[in-house]
Design a protein around this ligand. Structure first.
Ligand code: ATP
Ligand code: MG
Length: 175
């Protein structure tokens, strides 16, 4: 079998679908027997439907970790930072462990845009990863360095969102 070429995949932009697409990709990988790890940064307050579903359905094949503290604007910066750095340390261990075929780093872009972890430190770790390891990064406003390093970048563009007419987040659709 040919050697796997691990890809760096980014789902960015201000439209909906970044995290759900990452979970869809993870589901596809699991179906093909790949070992998957998902780390969710920043918005780790309670498990989302997709997190509940994958851990219930594939306990041996998907490892899921919540590295957030809830919504950033409700939190003290030091608390947000501590949780993010803990998550980043966990990401380092998982990436270098050589156990996984695919690791999803959900909402990772905020570590850079909120000045919690330097972009260069993130790229250094990506360069050190096992060759076969695919990475999926999600989050708005992916930085230029991340985009240049990635193999596959998709921008979700918002054309219409129910939020604009006052419909708030609904269980099963937004979380
Ligand atoms: P999803 O988790 O549904 O795939 P996402 O990961 O692309 O969405 P995030 O940027 O992480 O979206 O934002 C989380 C939530 O914010 C989503 O549930 C989404 O519905 C909502 N959202 C996304 N885009 C917009 C928008 N343009 N206006 C208002 N709310 C939005
Ligand atoms: Mg998201």
């Amino acid at each position: 079998m040919a050697t796997t070429q691990g890809l760096v995949i980014i789902n960015t932009g201000h439209g909906k679908g970044k995290t759900t697409a990452a979970f869809g990709q993870a589901l596809r990988a699991v179906g093909q027997g790949l070992q998957v790890c998902i780390i969710q940064f920043i918005k780790g307050e309670g498990k989302s439907g997709e997190a509940l579903a994958v851990t219930a359905a594939f306990p041996g094949q998907v490892a899921l970790h919540l590295a957030g503290t809830g919504f950033t604007w409700k939190q003290d910066r030091e608390i947000v930072k501590a949780a993010a750095l803990e998550g980043w340390q966990l990401a380092r261990e998982k990436i270098l462990s050589n156990v996984y075929d695919l690791i999803v780093l959900d909402e990772l872009t905020y570590l850079i845009t909120l000045d919690l972890v330097p972009e260069e430190e993130i790229l250094d770790l990506f360069r050190e990863r096992p060759q076969r390891l695919h990475l999926i990064i999600t989050g708005r406003d992916a930085t230029q360095g991340l985009i240049e390093y990635a193999d596959l970048v998709t921008e979700m563009r918002a054309i219409k969102h129910p939020f604009q007419k006052g419909v708030t987040a609904q269980k099963g659709i937004e979380f």
